[in-house]
Design a protein around this ligand. Structure first.
Ligand code: MG
Length: 519
């Protein structure tokens, strides 16, 4: 406004005829105008200052917000990472970083559900068990065992495809879910794994070898959950192991039936101990020269509530496998001890011995051996009236420990017999380095004498060696007079078998046909 009026004031000032009053007014006006100008400049400066201050404040706040935002983002990323780590740890094995049982079951469960909707899809589960892991752990320590497992995991990883799931269930048990299966995939992968695992391992300067036994269960719509298919793959793995390591076996229905039958039998065996369904049948052992009874072999029978009388071949393998045999045979020892005590005052059997068959487990488990010796020692009869029979399988594994156990038993005063000689490897060392008082010739070997004399010189040689090494020969399974005479002619000392006497319960005079097969 001041600037518009300025020329007009200047114009007026220049006029000659202006009164002094007007001049004074003009002067005031001029001054007011200048003041206005100054005021305006001041206002502009203040405005500018405020604007700059505001801008600085906004900048500062923006920076603060950006920093807070960045911090928040970092916190979220850290939390996400921690969550991922937690999830990984809950679903993976800490040592090999492979999926664990929980994750495997989850994926397998999904595959089973998927199969219900897409019946043409195929998958398989491979159950892998390794040789020598326990040996490595026991001899080289857990660190070497861990290194071995990591190496195994790496080798297995290289054998499977990206979409397969390889997991460690625990210990040395690994499983694979082969997804989207083509016809021969499972066999190919199993062969690859076996070839890879059998390559040597170098662990802490030691070269070691291992083998994989693999059970394969193919998908089937009847599987309701992951446990069922894993159980079947596991059963097939056991079959592979028992057929000889380094092979794979497919699960089939007969295996399932066998598995169920085995499980049932195991339960029944435990009930049999509880309800005392076992009994002993005694088979006479005679002096082949004098025909006198010198003792008996106590043969175990199971009076099964529905199947009738069972011989050991029908149940003892399972009792051995599960360890139940120790309970059964402890009962046998107690029962035979009771019988020997009963005979103590009998005229007829005062000096007779009783032989019993024992599993090698008694020799290798120190606490069991001590229990057995304590049981024998507390009896009132002379311990030499008890003969403990073991067959060579007792010395297959842990032979040194078993032999030590055998010597400990001998020092308890009992007599020892090697059962079923000439049926297996039948090493000569059993004759000269083991403390056996009796060598019992296997019934299968004795049977050959029925139609041929070819093996007769062997019996004679074994008898003659016995005089040198301090054992007596007992022939098992003598089923005819001819065989008995042949054995007698070459010096065999003692014998037992259906021809001499059938096994029977004491107090009864009749035996069953079943007894014949085990006499
Ligand atoms: Mg025997």
């Amino acid at each position: 406004m001041g600037t518009l009026m300025e020329p007009r004031i200047n114009e007026l000032e220049c006029a000659q005829d202006l009164s002094s009053e007007v001049r004074s007014l003009l002067k005031d006006l001029h001054l007011a105008n200048e003041l206005l100008e100054l005021e305006k400049a001041h206002c502009d400066a203040v405005k500018q200052k405020h604007r700059l201050e505001l801008e600085a404040l906004v900048g500062e706040r923006t920076q603060e917000l950006q920093a807070a935002n960045l911090n928040l983002r970092m916190q979220i990323a850290e939390r996400r990472k921690a969550e991922q780590q937690l999830y990984f740890e809950a679903h993976h094995d800490a040592l090999t970083k492979l999926p664990n049982r929980a994750m495997f079951s989850d994926r397998l469960g999904y595959a089973i559900r998927h199969l219900k909707r897409h019946p043409n899809q195929r998958f398989a589960v491979l159950f892998i068990d390794l040789d020598r892991f326990k040996m490595i752990n026991d001899t080289l320590g857990h660190h070497a065992g861990d290194l071995f497992l990591i190496e195994i995991a790496n080798r297995l990883r290289a054998c499977v495809r990206d979409n397969d799931v390889l997991a460690r269930l625990g210990g040395d048990e690994f499983v694979i879910l082969l997804d989207s299966l083509e016809s021969d995939d499972a066999e190919e992968v199993a062969s690859r794994i076996i070839a890879s695992i059998e390559q040597p391992y170098t662990l802490e300067g030691n070269t070691l070898y291992s083998n994989a036994s693999i059970g394969i269960a193919l998908c089937h719509r009847h599987y309701k959950n992951s446990d069922e298919i894993l159980r079947d793959a596991d059963a097939a793995m056991y079959q592979a192991k028992s057929l000889g390591r380094g092979r794979y076996v497919f699960f089939d229905d007969s295996m399932r039936e066998k598995l169920i039958a085995t499980m049932t039998l195991e339960q029944e065996l435990r009930v049999a101990i509880e309800k005392q369904q076992f009994e002993l049948h005694y088979q006479q052992i005679s002096d082949l020269h004098s025909a006198k009874i010198i003792g008996f072999e106590a043969l175990l029978r199971w009076n099964h509530p529905t199947k009738g009388l069972l011989t050991p071949s029908e149940f003892l393998y399972l009792a051995e496998e599960t360890g139940i045999i120790l309970l059964i045979e402890t009962w046998v020892v107690a029962e035979v001890s009771r019988q020997l005590q009963l005979w103590h005052n009998s005229d007829e059997f005062q000096h007779a011995f009783i032989a019993i068959n024992l599993s090698g487990r008694h020799l290798t488990q120190a606490n069991q051996l001590n229990k057995l010796i304590a049981l024998i020692k507390k009896q009132a009869f002379e311990p030499q009236r008890l003969i403990l029979e073991f067959n060579e399988s007792a010395f297959c594994n842990h032979g040194e420990i078993a032999l030590k156990g055998l010597r400990k038993l001998k020092s308890a005063g009992v007599k020892l017999a090697l059962d079923d000689y000439a049926s297996g490897v039948s090493s000569f060392s059993f004759l000269h380095s083991y403390p056996f008082e009796f060598i019992k010739l296997d019934r299968g070997f004795i049977k050959t004498l029925k139609s041929s004399d070819k093996n007769l010189p062997l019996v004679k040689a074994l008898h003659d060696l016995g005089e040198q090494y301090g054992y007596r020969l007992v022939a098992e399974g003598i089923e005819s007079e001819v065989v008995m005479q042949k054995l007698h002619s070459v010096g065999c000392d003692f014998g037992q078998g259906y021809h001499i006497s059938k096994p029977k319960k004491l107090g009864s005079s009749v035996s069953t046909e079943q007894d014949k097969s085990c006499a």
